[in-house]
Design a protein around this ligand. Structure first.
Ligand SMILES: O=C(O)[C@H]1O[C@H](OP(=O)(O)OP(=O)(O)OC[C@H]2O[C@@H](n3ccc(=O)[nH]c3=O)[C@H](O)[C@@H]2O)[C@H](O)[C@@H](O)[C@@H]1O
Length: 440
């Protein structure tokens, strides 16, 4: 429309009607003058007509679709003096040397275990979780009960909610943020790609924005993933290896998170540590993970699908037990240096770290199944399939020397010992062996 209008008005510009050479004859001058004013009048009328047409027919385009979750009004599900009291109380440390930590994804698997460990040793802990329905929310609420009993309050809210984050930082001067809220799962990214962008990219940026503006700025430790190694074939995976060949959108969003984190570290002086977790398992684990649903299906007598590599190689994972991961998380928090910025401005260079947290002992998936059969005393009904092209990678194996050197990280639980603890929990939590308490 605008373009059309300017095209229509162009011929009426006076410059176009001016003769190349000056005319000295009065008559001529008068003729030119009067035809010039007639033309100006006609073109002004024409322009007015076009403008009227434009105003009556133009409707503004709709605003771009919002990528963030609908904002909640303060006082709707959060806010108010009672709520603030719960928040402050939960974040209060009981040890003078303790940290004050905001744990995002606190009702998640790793989030719950880390929050409990922090609270137990005297740190102040406030949880944040959106309790989404990616898997059975009953399990998340069961974890929340554990946290409540330990004195950890979990705020129900989303990391995309800027006003909520600002409010939390206004109420509590967090020294650290343990950021574990994410859309997890490798294969689900093909079904719901946007949830990965929403949580792992938009949500992460929103959190970093809140952290950079907070006073004091907290140090951030967050969950990246072994999946960033993607198609890297050099084993064991070292932090120096290439991570520019992700095999899934999930991996790509975690890798993007590492780059985004770097930019916030560089610009605002935020101290940031990324932990690349390697297939974490254990009690209160995630029902979307193979060890969990294999257990459920084996007990139900249902067939399980075990992936094999089309080239004959082993499909294996560096399964890492939750207690080892918790130690790594605490080590990262304890060695994190302070952020350097304040009021959104960098005051000096800040720490930026990336660590593998794995077990350094890959186990074939077929072996995982054999251990579960032994512990459950039930033979699995297996269907062997070539690994579909759905984002999976064949093999993971962590080199953990950097985490050992800087965090004192040293995993101690082998897969069989860890699965024994998981199966014990599973049978207590789901006494009939099936999922009575939920429907994941
Ligand atoms: O280490 C990581 O970074 C990632 O670990 C897991 O991802 P994954 O290792 O793929 O864990 P599972 O989905 O539990 O799969 C474990 C193994 O079982 C295999 N599998 C999975 C599903 C199935 O039906 N059959 C099967 O053989 C997979 O190929 C894989 O080798 C988590 O789901 C991710 O969130 C996490 O970031």
């Amino acid at each position: 429309m605008v373009q059309q209008m300017s095209e229509t008005t162009t011929p009426s510009t006076p410059g176009k009607l001016k003769p190349d050479k000056p005319h000295h004859h009065i008559h001529n001058r008068f003729r030119i003058h009067s035809s010039h004013s007639r033309l100006t009048l006609f073109s002004s009328l024409f322009l007015a007509f076009i403008l009227l047409l434009f105003f009556f027919t133009f409707t503004p385009p709709p605003p771009p679709p919002s990528t963030t979750a609908p904002r909640r009004v303060l006082g709707d599900s959060w806010g108010g003096s009672h709520w603030e009291h719960l928040v402050s109380k939960s974040a209060r440390r009981s040890s003078a040397s303790g940290h004050t930590v905001l744990v995002t994804g606190a009702a998640g698997f790793v989030g719950t275990h880390v929050s409990l460990a922090l609270k137990r040793r005297g740190d102040g802990v406030l949880g944040l979780d959106n309790f989404n329905r990616y898997y059975d929310p009953n399990l998340k609420h069961a974890r929340q009960k554990l946290l409540e009993r330990a004195g950890v309050f979990v705020v129900e809210g989303d990391i995309n909610d800027g006003p909520l984050l600002k409010k939390l930082f206004d109420v509590v001067p967090f020294t650290h943020v343990m950021h574990l809220a994410a859309q997890a799962g490798v294969r689900y990214a093909m079904q719901n790609p946007n949830s990965y962008v929403h949580s792992n990219i938009a949500g992460f940026v929103n959190l970093l924005e809140a952290c950079k503006s907070a006073n004091p700025q907290p140090a951030i430790v967050w969950a990246s993933s072994s999946s960033v190694y993607g198609l890297n074939s050099k084993v064991p995976f070292s932090e120096k290896d290439r991570t520019d060949q992700p095999a899934s959108l999930y991996a790509a969003t975690k890798k993007a998170g590492e780059e985004i984190a770097h930019s916030y570290n560089h610009i605002y002086g935020l101290s940031i540590t990324a932990l690349r977790f390697f297939t974490v398992y254990g009690p209160y684990g995630r029902p979307d993970m193979a060890y969990f649903f294999f257990t459920k299906d084996i007990l139900k007598g249902k067939q399980i699908t075990v992936f094999e590599s089309p080239d004959g190689g082993t499909v294996a994972r560096d399964f890492t037990y939750i207690d080892d991961i918790v130690k790594g998380c605490l080590g990262a928090l304890d060695t994190a240096k302070k952020s350097t910025g304040s009021g959104g401005k960098k005051k000096g260079n800040a720490q930026f770290r990336v660590f593998n947290l794995g077990n350094t002992s890959p186990v074939p998936v077929s072996e995982l199944v054999a251990i579960l059969e032994k512990l459950l005393k039930v033979k699995a009904k297996k269907k062997i399939l070539f690994m579909p092209r759905n984002g999976d990678v064949k093999f993971t194996h962590a080199n953990i020397s950097l985490a050992y050197r800087d965090l004192g990280y040293r995993p101690t639980i082998d897969l069989e010992t860890g699965l024994k603890k998981f199966v014990k929990w599973y049978l207590e939590f789901y006494p009939s062996g099936s999922n009575k308490k939920g429907s994941w």
